[in-house]
Ligand binder design. Structure first.
Ligand code: PGA
Length: 237
C-alpha cells in the first residue's frame, strides 16, 4: 500500500503559492519518493492553477470539501465535478472544522459519494473530541462516524483519523493510542483502505507516527504550508 502524505492548506495561500509544488520537488524530487503519494489541497480558487503547477511533478491536488450535488442553485458551493474539472483527483470531506460548523456524518457520506461519482478519491475525516476520549468513547465514536460517513458499495476512499483535540493545537496523540485507533479502524474498513493520521503532524514527530502499524500516511495542516516541512515529513515516511 502506498503511503499518502496529504497537505491541507485550509484557508491559507495566494495565487503565487503555485510556485510551491516546484519548491517541494526541488527539496524532494519525485525519484526519491518511491512508494509515496504526495497531495496538496489548496482553497477552491487555486485548484486549477495548482493542478497546472503540479503537472509533471508527481504531486496530486485535492479540494478541502465538495457539494453533494453535481450542479444547481447552491450559491457559494462547489461540486465534485467542478473539482475534477480543475484537474484535482482527491476531495477531503467531513473535516472536523466543517463538522464543527454543522456538517453531519450523513453530509460527509453524501459528499464522499459525490466525489466518487465524479472520479475523485474522497478522504473521509473522523475523530473524537477530548470529552469523548476522556469518557472512554473514542473507539465507538470513530466507529460510528465511519459506519455513517462511508458510502456503501465503494472501495476507493481514504480514511483520515484526526482527534479533534490534536488539530492545530500542537498536541499529538500517544503512539499507543494512534495504534489502538488505527487497528480498530482497520478492522472496520478492511485491508485495502489507506488510513491517515492527522493532528499536529510535524517533521519532528512524523517518523514515529508513520512507522506505526496501520498508519498509511498523514493529513497535515500547519506543517504543510512550508514545503521544507512537508518534504521532511514525506522523507520520514
Ligand atoms: P494540523 O491540522 O496539522 O494543523 O493539526 C490537521 C488537519 O486539520 O487536517
Amino acid at each position: 500500500m502506498r503511503t499518502l502524505i496529504a497537505g491541507n492548506w485550509k484557508m491559507h495561500g495566494s495565487k503565487d503559492w503555485s510556485r510551491k509544488p516546484a519548491e517541494f520537488d526541488e527539496t524532494l524530487p519525485s525519484r526519491q519518493r518511491t512508494g509515496i503519494d504526495v497531495l496538496i489541497c489548496p482553497p477552491f480558487p487555486y485548484l486549477a492553477a495548482m493542478a497546472k503547477a503540479c503537472e509533471g511533478l508527481d504531486i496530486a491536488v485535492g479540494s478541502q470539501d465538495c457539494h453533494a450535488n453535481s450542479s444547481g442553485a447552491h450559491t457559494g458551493e462547489t461540486s465534485a465535478e467542478m473539482v475534477a474539472d480543475c484537474g484535482a483527483t482527491y476531495a477531503i470531506v467531513g473535516h472536523s472544522e466543517r463538522r464543527a460548523a454543522g456538517e453531519s456524518d450523513s453530509d460527509a457520506c453524501q459528499k464522499a459519494e459525490a466525489a466518487l461519482r465524479a472520479g475523485l478519491i474522497p478522504i473521509i475525516c473522523v475523530g473524537e473530541t477530548l470529552e469523548q476520549r476522556e469518557a472512554g468513547e473514542a473507539l465507538s465514536v470513530v466507529e460510528g462516524q465511519i459506519k455513517e460517513s462511508v458510502p456503501y458499495g465503494y472501495d476507493d476512499y481514504v480514511i483520515a483519523y484526526e482527534p479533534v483535540w490534536a488539530i492545530g493545537t500542537g498536541k499529538v496523540a500517544e503512539i499507543s493510542d494512534i495504534k489502538e485507533m488505527h487497528d480498530h479502524i482497520r478492522g472496520i474498513v478492511g485491508a485495502n483502505t489507506r488510513i491517515l493520521y492527522g493532528g499536529s503532524v510535524k517533521p519532528g514527530n512524523a517518523k514515529d507516527i508513520l512507522a506505526t502499524e496501520n498508519v498509511n500516511g498523514a493529513l497535515i495542516g500547519g506543517a504543510s504550508l512550508e514545503m521544507a516541512d512537508l518534504a521532511a515529513i514525506a522523507r520520514s515516511a
